[in-house]
Design a binder for this molecule. Sequence first.
Ligand code: PEP
Ligand code: MG
Length: 744
Amino acid sequence: MISTLRHIVQRVSQANTVEQAMAELVQLTRSAMQTDCCSLYLVESGSLLLSATEGLSADAVGRSRLKWGEGVVGLVAQREEPINLADAPKHKAFKLLPEAQEEAYRAFLAVPVIHRREALGVLVVQQKIARQFSEEEESFLVTLASQLAPQLRDRTLTRAQDPQSLVFPGLVAAEGIAIAPARLARPKLDLVQPAIESEDPELEWDRIERALLVTNEELAELGGRLSDEVAAELGVLFDCYQALLTDPQLRQSLQACVSEGWQAETAVSKVVCQYVGQFESMSDEYFRQRAADIRELGQRLLDQLARPGLASSAPEHPVILVAKEITAPMLAEIPRDKLAGIISIKGGVNSHAAILARAMGLPALVAVEGVRIDELADKTLVVDGLEGRLWIEPTDEVVRAFRSLEKGLEARSERFRRQLARPCVSADGQPVTLLLNAGLTSEERVLAKPGISGIGLYRTEALFMAFNQFPTEQQQERVYRRLLERADGKVVTVRTLDVGGDKPLPYLPIREDNPFLGWRGVRLSLDHPDLFLSQIRALLRAADGMDNLKIMVPMISRLEEIQSCRRLLEQAVNELTEELGRPVTAPPMGIMVEVPAALFQLGRWWQWLDFASVGSNDLTQYLLAVDRNNAQVSASFDSFHPSMVAALDQIAQQSKGKELGLCGELAGEVLGALMLLTLGYRQLSMNTQSLGAIHYLIENLNLSSLPSLRERLLSQADGEAVRQCLMAHLVEIGHPELVPGSTR
Ligand code: PEP
Ligand code: MG
């Protein structure tokens, strides 16, 4: 059997054209299976086109089509599973293709051709007599289809490829397909500019006036586009920007500066720096904080002067945002419905921008090699977030091929979304808690689904980043209250501020040689109990009258940090009790297990904790000493590394009978979730896009049969072997469709 398979795969790969490859495939398969007919249908423009046959009429090739879900062939593509019928015409979905001269056939076996979760087509064998194809025959065809899928995908795309279009490899940060024009994001300019003279003050003033006008319009638009959660707070900020831009005194100072003979950029730089200095030296805290707003305004004005009109207004059509390094604020600048995808030349798949892209459901590539950003403006791009490729100015045929892939993916996501209408219970009746990772995006719709138990990680950094100074206690309280109310009784785990590392706050510059090993998370919070307390108090006030809040502290590495956080929580509870004149109860407090030091101490720490959640992103980064953002070492960032398996197992073993979960990206990957369930984790928190697939996985898993898999996982020598073990298990339990193409 294996040699027959190998022979067919080899012959197909040696064919010169895609037509020849498909012809070889059907011919060799028919003879290997000793059947009367073999045909291949390929997905094209959302339907299934008869693309090669040995047994049906040759005239029907390239003409006979079945819609998605139409006929038994369409059903196989839609369900992504084989159908084996002794007498196909008796099946209620059967649709005869008269032009293909199909009348003579009765026995029917069709398998989907799936590559990296994407249905490419259907491979069918038919026979004149009525009989059921055997299990071996079925398994042969399934294996053949899976082995040929990558070739078929490559060949059909290459056929449609014009030599002039360019293809660049990148890492998939968020899966999916995006087809749209490129839009270059604007990096911020330095406020301090060289002093340059000009001989034309009138021209310079015109330039400044135009920059003021455009910046004003731009800010008005931005203010209207924020997510509901932060809109109310930031609206004030945007009003304040606009007031500054139209401030007569600012205009006078700028005008005076250009009249003295300075170029527009120099005038903006001088005047704004002067303003910033004045505000920074004010004794009133409120005015001191306005300095940051003025700095931001100055940078926007400089940007307008440098590149008038570039990326200044919201795009009219969806675009693919391209930047050297995408940041969260860059994403926030474009309305969600106008963002089709993301290309970041730098960055890793676990950078925060990548996490945000996944949470927003935006196909994204990072670490794209060899591309020159400035040559991309307005060019049509295809983000192939399945294979990890960027296509520049692809041909119409390539675009058509990707559009049809896109349709298939949408259908799959829709199916997964429907999953969430049911509570999350395994095939053998064990409940699993599925939670959502949230932050910048509004997640209400999915949160209401019965399959989701609440929010397992609410990253408050996004909120802090959206402001231009630390949000006040009242501002935070309003945001948290809305969040808790919208959860409608479901639990919301809010993580205290985790800035530092790759998440700097624009208004808290931290200069360190090793930011990931520096002033991050709880370290910063405990050095600034004022900030920490104001966040805790805002949370307690917001949760007053509700009991769905949990507080989680990031980056814990010492018991003393847990104790200090507990003390501060107690202090905030006492203060509030006094203020309100009635008892306030402390919400459950837990930690993130993400620094390797926690691995060996967790057992001892549990008496201080109500719950814990593993942060697999940072745990992988710190355990393997691999920067999660560095594309250069991204191949070594492997959450399936045997040391990670051992670490995750050790954490679970120390936490029996305790509330333990995991909220890193690993929980949202099919293989990751399978590994975690095997190691005993029963609380998984992930981004919206992954919930459906993981729910489906759990519904099809027999959790009580996993202990033997645990033994196997713990005995593997490298990450790839761990993944292979997990994939083999999915095939063994009859769910090969869950085997992901991506090895991330
Ligand atoms: C983690 O480290 O796994 C985690 C969930 O936190 P973040 O990605 O925000 O650092
Ligand atoms: Mg972390």
